[in-house]
Design a protein around this ligand. Structure first.
Ligand code: GH3
Ligand code: MG
Ligand code: MG
Ligand code: MG
Ligand code: MG
Length: 311
């Protein structure tokens, strides 16, 4: 065997190995102004084989993300120049970082502040001092979910929800499982006068309204329910084991809460609402018919004046 062939084989093997190591290692960017806090966090992550890099000011976040390409961010709340919430909102406006896990690690103990941070783009809130084992496993779980999501191509990057085609496929499965005797309700949700939100406050504010609705739906529905981003400002929800009436009640509470939610913009806060149409098994027995009937009900909800549910 000629020596140069063997050498190139070995070289390409080494390159493969480097690449697969690079693909396996989880990278975490720590945004934290306290050096002691950084040392604690890095010790916890090191022990679990998670690679990390720290920046001490939120101002260099974008540059660090571009250079280090993290799989998750551990974010402090209170830092010089701006808060973690502000910098996360800015990050979420860049398509590439819309689903990047942001885990808050902060001394903030006020629940309302924590919930607000989650609604405005955070994925998890841990309080300081965090148990190092909990910290490392939360980071690991979030990263694994995120990397699975990137690999599968089934998810929408703005909201992390199932995308149009994945949601349709999943609904077909749910219908098959529900028939002949089970119950299943499908809801089509469409944000009201969304175009005027974009026109009056700008596209990034519109995006934040979409994310907020996704966040609310995810929080209110069960893990076994289907939630998908069906189109721009349109969502599809499928609830197993639920009849038309129960679905109406459940979605009406969500509608009510969404209409009260303030969405911050440069000059204050706006309110948004959605309309919703519902259809259920057994009157509709295929995924296509369910979607069609729910869509028709949605149009009726719009005609009846919006911010309402029609079955
Ligand atoms: P209606 O109450 O009848 O639903 O009125 P509408 O203005 O919500 O209806 P329409 O379907 O005309 O407008 C939807 C708009 O949503 C148009 C489109 O520019 C915008 N849009 C679609 N996808 C996105 C997105 O990802 N982000 C933002 N900010 N806007 C989007
Ligand atoms: Mg701080
Ligand atoms: Mg629409
Ligand atoms: Mg429309
Ligand atoms: Mg709309």
């Amino acid at each position: 065997i000629p020596a140069e062939v063997k050498l190139s084989d070995i070289l390409s093997r080494i390159l493969d190995l480097v690449e697969s190591r690079e693909q396996e290692t989880h990278r975490v960017l720590i945004v934290e102004d306290s050096k002691t806090a950084v040392a604690h966090i890095q010790r916890a992550l090191d022990l679990h084989g998670i690679d990390s890099r720290a920046i001490h000011t939120p101002l260099s976040l974008l540059q660090a993300c571009a250079e280090y390409r993290p799989h998750a961010i551990l974010m402090d709340m209170y830092m010089p120049f701006c808060t973690g919430v502000e910098v996360t909102r800015a990050l979420r406006q860049i398509p590439e970082y819309q689903s990047l896990p942001v885990i808050y690690l902060s001394g903030e103990t006020d629940i309302a502040q924590q919930v607000e941070a989650l609604r405005l783009g955070g994925d998890q809130f841990l309080t300081k001092p965090a148990n190092p084992i909990i910290l490392a496993s939360v980071v690991k779980t979030k990263i694994e979910r995120y990397r699975d999501m990137l690999r599968s191509g089934r998810h929408d990057s703005l909201t992390g929800l199932l995308n149009h085609s994945a949601a349709k496929g999943q609904l077909e499965q749910m219908v098959r499982r529900a028939l002949p005797a089970g119950q299943l309700a499908v809801a089509m949700i469409d944000i009201d006068r969304f175009k005027s939100i974009n026109d009056n406050y700008g596209h990034p504010v519109g995006d934040q309204v979409i994310r907020s609705l996704a966040w609310l739906l995810r929080g209110r529905l069960r893990n076994t329910d289907l939630i998908g981003r069906y189109g721009g400002e349109e969502f599809i929800v499928a609830l197993g084991g639920v009849d038309l009436n129960q679905a109406m009640h459940l979605l009406d509470r969500i509608r009510e809460d969404f209409s009260r939610l303030p969405h911050a913009h440069g000059r204050g806060a706006l309110r948004a609402s959605f309309s919703c149409g519902i259809a259920a098994v057994p009157s509709q027995v295929t995924a296509g018919c369910l979607i069609e009937a729910a869509d028709e009900a949605l149009l009726q909800a719009k005609r009846d004046g919006r911010n309402r549910i029609v079955a």
